[in-house]
Design a protein around this ligand. Structure first.
Ligand code: CP
Length: 308
């Protein structure tokens, strides 16, 4: 593995290897072991052209636990604000001896562009990790979601999973679906208004529901999504209250799922829009565990790319 750009097309063996490697890092990510020297002397550049709380911070923590040097480029005060192109920025950071770029960008494909540029210039030793590109992919979120599901549910091949909300604009939904298909989840459902579902998913064998009460019946895992207002250009949207009425996860709706169903959310959450606080803070929510597992999963990804 040279770069991690998407989960689509990665075989089951690689996904499982990453999850198993993440398991081996849990004691380091939990600070029982302070640090490991696997990336000592390497420089990881965090290039976040879109805002982030969880992904940027956990990549930084993960890189530091691997003993790498971490440079967080402040995009707002960088020369991109003076018109420097993405690839010129990358060339300049490469001249500063970058070993890895962790890239988040509003444009789908931006991390692919960087990876191709590095490949074309023979910079084989520099790795790119996609930290979320547009509505396309968020592979490390997909992996940490798989880690969380495996932790709580053990066997992917026995599960019914529902993804609820703005599936159309969600890079998390796409990465989760590709990973779950590869790992053998037999039933994946998406639930939302038709305007926020992606019809092409039907061709992947995904079951579509407009009625949330129907879609949640008997599921083992519920993945809630935020309405991605920043990616919806002028589309007519229901108000937050209307959305919550039809697609908000309340304790009453959660009771339609299996009694031991887990509730996930990639964050940031909008309480009272897609999820009720009683559920977000309830004992079936594993939302903060997802964040914690993100450290070990990102350690695994970076150390594998770095050749360990
Ligand atoms: N899940 C996720 O990508 O969160 P951030 O936008 O805070 O990184």
């Amino acid at each position: 593995l040279r770069h991690l750009l998407a989960l689509h097309g990665l075989p089951k063996e690689i996904l499982t290897y990453i999850l198993d490697t993440a398991s081996s890092f849990v004691s380091v990510s939990d600070r029982e072991v302070k640090k490991v020297p696997l990336m000592r002397g390497k420089s990881v550049f965090n290039l976040f052209f879109e805002n982030s709380t969880r992904t940027r911070t956990t990549f930084e923590i993960a890189a530091k636990r691997l003993s790498a040097d971490v440079i967080n480029l402040n995009i707002a005060s960088s020369s991109t604000s003076k018109g420097e192109s993405l690839l010129d920025t990358v060339d300049n950071l490469t001249a500063m001896h970058a070993d890895m770029f962790v890239v988040r960008h509003a444009q789908s494909g931006a991390p692919f562009l960087i990876a191709r540029h590095l490949n074309e210039h023979g910079l084989d030793h520099i790795h790119v990790v996609n930290a979320g590109d547009g509505r396309h992919a968020h592979p490390t979120q997909g992996l940490l979601d798989m880690y969380t599901i495996r932790h709580y549910k053990k066997d992917f091949t026995q599960l019914k999973v529902a993804i609820v909300g703005d599936v159309l604009h969600s890079r998390v939904a796409r990465s989760d679906i590709h990973a779950m298909k590869t790992l053998g989840v037999p039933e994946i459902r998406v639930i939302g208004p038709t305007t926020l579902l992606a019809p092409a998913m039907k061709d992947m064998g995904i079951r579509m529901f407009n009625d949330m009460n129907e879609g949640l019946k008997g599921v083992d895992v519920i993945i809630m999504l935020r309405v991605q207002n920043e990616r919806i250009n002028g589309a007519l949207l229901p108000s937050a209250q209307e959305f919550f009425k039809s697609y908000g996860l309340t304790p009453e709706r959660l009771a339609l799922a299996k009694p031991d169903a887990i509730v996930m959310h990639p964050g940031p959450m909008n309480r009272g829009v897609e999820i009720d606080s009683a559920v977000a803070d309830g004992n079936q929510a594993v939302i903060l565990s997802q964040v914690t597992y993100g450290i070990a999963v990102r350690m695994a990804v970076m150390s594998i790319l770095a050749g360990n």
